[in-house]
Write a protein that binds this ligand. Structure first.
Ligand code: USQ
Length: 381
């Protein structure tokens, strides 16, 4: 297939690009390094500052000549449209968004930047698909955070409503608790709107927090790891806990630690994206999958990390700190995730071995850990 990957430099965009290159697809990778810039403007940095795509792509070209890269801001309509029209993709994977809830809640400028970048990129993509390539399959990375934490079971994208004797299937209600997550709801609305009117084809992957380093063995052998963030703004909770354990800093459990989320390994993110590509919806259909494999509370996660890392003699301490976010700390949570399993997802579960392997990667890069960017610096209040 001819696949356009938007946001190819990111934590998930890069490993997806490597995997699709191995599968010999024709790829155009797009990124403008916006996340790198924002991290550095905010004095944050990933564990290792990876090389930019221009230099890493040489390794990919050795296995697949049909891989190219363009430095383009997807929120720039003209530049994006030119690249889209020239490449004529069969599928687009859309990661080109600012992914941080804490960043989006920092202040007026950061909130608007997140909304503007994410909605504009999505709008540019859908408009171009509608106008130039209506058969192209849009695979959009959504988030479980769009649903929030409702007091009823979370269905896979849709809810059948029976009202005064009549039935209608609606998008499952969305009620996020950050501007970032709200921007993802707006994406969903945009895609659903265009799809209803113009019979496009899209898959929305409602993903929980991801953890892990290497998505495949090729990346490990060639040191092609993704940007592994562990700071208070851009690191997801489990990746942060692993770095905190290695840095001998108590694990930062926010508030009571009873917040439950659905988690998944980075290997499974890639599996899910590939399954979505292999199973495109018919025209006019929006496929929605809840993309996570296991549910944990933050407290359970911290305890799992501490108990696994005891086996390699790390004495992990856990400390509940005042929650810098505004979120429910005690809530019902039961989300469905059967769709991807039906398509063939083989989950990589959070075993002690997985936790230890992540810790070993961090231990080998211990000298790069900056303790100053670990604890949360701002609150949402
Ligand atoms: N948390 C802690 N301690 C920390 C960091 C986080 O207790 O040091 C808690 C948070 O309060 C939250 C939970 O862990 O209750 C998850 O936080 P997170 O930072 O791992 O995840 P979140 O901000 O929700 O965002 C991440 C990704 C985002 C993705 C989302 C999926 O950054 O791009 O959309 O996970 S979900 O959370 O399901 O919406």
């Amino acid at each position: 297939m001819k696949i356009l990957v938007l946001g190819a430099d990111g934590y998930l965009g890069w490993p997806t690009s490597v995997d699709l290159a191995l599968d010999k697809h024709e790829l155009l990778l797009i990124d403008n390094y916006a996340k790198r810039s924002i991290m550095s403007e905010n004095n944050r940095a990933p564990l290792i500052l990876n090389k930019k795509i221009e230099s890493k792509i040489k390794i990919l070209k050795k296995i697949n000549k049909k891989v190219s890269f363009k430095n383009i801001d997807c929120s720039n309509f003209n530049k994006f449209s030119d690249a889209f029209k020239k490449f004529k993709p069969d599928a687009v994977i859309h990661f080109a968004e600012l992914p941080s809830a804490p960043y989006s809640m920092l202040g007026a400028k950061e909130g608007w930047k997140t909304l503007q970048n994410n909605i504009q990129s999505t709008y540019n993509l859908v408009w171009n698909v509608k106008t130039h390539r209506p058969n192209c399959h849009i695979v959009k990375l959504g988030t479980m955070g769009e649903y929030g934490t409702p007091n009823i079971n979370i269905e896979e994208g849709w809810l059948n409503v029976k009202h005064q004797g009549r039935n209608q299937k609606f998008l499952y209600p969305r009620q996020a608790s950050s501007l970032y997550h709200t921007s993802k709801i707006m994406d969903t609305d945009l895609i659903w709107f265009y799809l209803r009117l113009y019979s496009l084809r899209a898959t929305d992957l409602m993903q929980g927090p991801v953890y892990g380093v290497y998505a495949n063995d090729f990346s490990k052998e060639n040191k092609l790891e993704p940007t592994f963030a562990y700071d208070d703004m851009f690191g997801t909770v489990l990746n942060r806990f692993i770095v905190q354990s290695v840095a001998n800093v108590p694990l930062t459990v926010y508030g009571s630690g009873n917040q439950i989320r659905g988690y998944l390994n980075i290997r499974d993110t890639i599996q899910c994206i590939k399954l979505a590509l292999k199973n495109p919806p018919k025209k006019g259909v929006l496929n929605i999958f809840n993309q996570f494999t296991e549910q944990f509370s933050v407290k359970e996660l911290a305890n799992k990390v501490a108990s696994a890392l005891k086996k390699i003699e790390l004495n992990v301490k856990i400390k509940a700190i005042k929650n810098p976010r505004i979120e429910k700390e005690k809530h019902y949570y039961n989300a469905k995730n059967t769709g991807m399993k039906k398509l063939g997802l083989k989950p990589t579960l959070l075993t002690d071995k997985v936790i230890i392997e992540m810790a070993q990667y961090v231990i080998s890069n211990k000298k790069h850990i900056n303790n100053k960017i670990i604890s949360p610096k701002s609150t949402w209040k």
